[in-house]
Design a protein around this ligand. Structure first.
Ligand code: ADP
Ligand code: MG
Length: 353
C-alpha cells in the first residue's frame, strides 16, 4: 500500500520509465509519454575516457570517428559491459528528462527495463547507475514484462499471452499467465546479427566491403522474412575488395532475405522451442489471443506473416513496437499496487564487485 505521504509526493513527483536497450534508450514520463528516444551510443574521448556526446550525435560519428574519439555501445550484447559509460549515459538522459519539466519537483522515481537473465551484479550496476543519476527510488523490470505491459497484453490475467521482443542485441520470448512469466527464452540473435549477415553477404557475393550502419539501412529498407508482395531493390555503396575503389551495387530484397535467413531461422526456432514447452491449455489461449511482436526488429518486413505461417498462431506487430518497453516501465508506477509483483527484486547486501 502507498502511505499517505507517498501518495502526496506522488502527486508532485516525476515518474519515469526507462528502456535501457542495446540499440536505443527511451525515457517515458508520466503524463507526457516518450520524451527521449536516442541510440544507446556514447562518444568517449580516449585520453580522458570522458563522454563527449550521447545518443544520436554519438551514433552519427559511428565508423567515422577521429582517432582520439571512441564510439561505445555500452549495452551492445544485452549486458552492461561498460558500467561507467552506461552510468554516464543514464545520468545525461535522466537530467535531460528532468530539465524538460518546468516546475521544481523532487527527484524522480524510475523504473528501468533490463534484459532478462542479467546477473545480480549487472542488476546492481543498473540500480546504482540510476541512483547515481539522481533518482529518488529505482525499480527494475525485465524487458519482456515491460514490453508486454506496454503492448497492452493482459499479463495480470489467467489467460495466456505471448510477446517476442526483438531488439538490437537480444531477442526475448516470454509467455505469461496468472501475472507472471511461465516460459521464457533469451538469445543473442537480433537486429545487430542481421546487420552482420548483410555485411558478410555483400562481401562474399558482391566483393563489397560495407560498414554496419550501411548494412542496417539496407536491412530496414528491403530486408524481409517472407516473400514481399512486390520485391524491391536498393543501391549499396561500399568499397570494392578487388579494386580497392568505391563502388555501388544494386541488390534485391530476395538477396537480402537470403542473407538474413539463417538468423531469422534461429529466432523462429526459439519461438517454436518456447511453444513446445508450453502447457497445452496455454497454447489454446495463445491461439485465441495471438502472438505479439515488439522491438525494432519485430518490424522486419514479413516477419509476422512468416511466424504465423510457421507456428500456426496469428502473429501481429504491436502498436508503436519500439516504445513498448519504455511505456510499459512507466505504467508500472501508475498502477504500482497491481503491477509491483512483476518487478525484479535485488538481493539484499549484494554489491557491484
Ligand atoms: P533495443 O531494445 O536492443 O534497444 P530496439 O527495440 O530499439 O532495440 O530495436 C533496434 C533494432 O531494430 C535494430 O537492430 C534496428 O536495425 C532494428 N530495426 C528498426 N527498425 C526496423 C525495421 N523497420 N525493420 C527491421 N529492423 C528494424
Ligand atoms: Mg529492447
Amino acid at each position: 500500500m502507498l502511505s499517505p505521504l507517498d501518495y502526496f509526493f506522488g502527486l508532485f513527483s516525476l515518474d519515469i520509465g526507462i528502456d535501457l536497450g542495446t540499440a536505443n534508450t527511451l525515457v517515458s514520463v508520466r503524463g507526457k509519454g516518450i520524451v527521449i528516444n536516442e541510440p544507446s551510443f556514447v562518444a568517449i574521448e580516449k585520453k580522458t575516457r570522458r563522454p563527449i556526446e550521447v545518443g544520436a550525435r554519438a551514433k552519427e560519428m559511428w565508423n567515422k570517428n577521429p582517432k582520439n574519439i571512441m564510439i561505445v555501445r555500452p549495452l551492445r550484447d544485452g549486458v552492461i559491459s561498460e558500467f561507467d559509460i552506461t552510468a554516464a549515459m543514464l545520468n545525461y538522459l535522466i537530467n535531460k528528462a528532468h530539465e524538460q519539466t518546468w516546475v521544481p519537483i523532487p527527484r524522480p522515481r524510475v523504473v528501468v527495463g533490463i534484459p532478462s537473465g542479467v546477473t545480480e551484479v549487472e542488476k546492481r550496476a543498473v540500480y546504482e547507475a540510476t541512483i547515481g543519476a539522481g533518482a529518488r527510488e529505482v525499480y527494475l523490470i525485465e524487458e519482456p514484462v515491460a514490453a508486454a505491459i506496454g503492448a497492452g497484453l493482459p499479463v495480470q490475467e489467467t489467460r495466456g499471452s505471448m510477446i517476442i521482443d526483438i531488439g538490437g542485441g537480444t531477442t526475448e520470448v516470454a509467455i505469461f499467465s496468472l501475472g507472471g512469466i511461465v516460459i521464457s527464452r533469451s538469445i543473442r540473435v537480433a537486429g545487430d546479427e542481421l546487420d552482420e549477415d548483410v555485411v558478410q553477404y555483400m562481401r562474399a557475393k558482391h566483393n563489397l566491403l560495407i560498414g554496419e550502419p550501411t548494412a542496417e539501412r539496407v536491412k530496414v529498407e528491403i530486408g524481409s522474412a517472407y516473400p514481399l508482395p512486390q520485391e524491391r531493390t536498393a543501391l549499396v555503396k561500399g568499397m570494392n575488395l578487388v579494386t580497392g575503389l568505391p563502388h555501388t551495387v544494386e541488390v534485391s530484397s530476395i538477396e537480402i532475405r537470403e542473407a538474413v535467413s539463417g538468423s531469422v531461422g534461429i529466432i523462429i526456432d526459439t519461438v517454436k522451442d518456447a511453444l513446445d514447452d508450453t502447457p497445452p491449455e496455454l497454447v489454446a489461449d495463445l491461439m485465441e489471443s495471438g502472438i505479439c511482436l515488439a522491438g525494432g526488429g519485430g518490424q522486419l518486413k514479413g516477419l509476422a506473416e512468416r511466424l504465423t505461417d510457421e507456428v500456426k498462431i496469428r502473429t501481429y506487430v504491436a502498436d508503436d513496437p519500439m516504445t513498448c518497453v519504455a511505456r510499459g516501465a512507466g505504467r508500472v508506477l501508475e498502477d504500482y499496487n497491481n503491477l509491483r509483483r512483476l518487478l525484479v527484486g535485488l538481493e539484499r547486501g549484494s554489491t557491484r564487485h
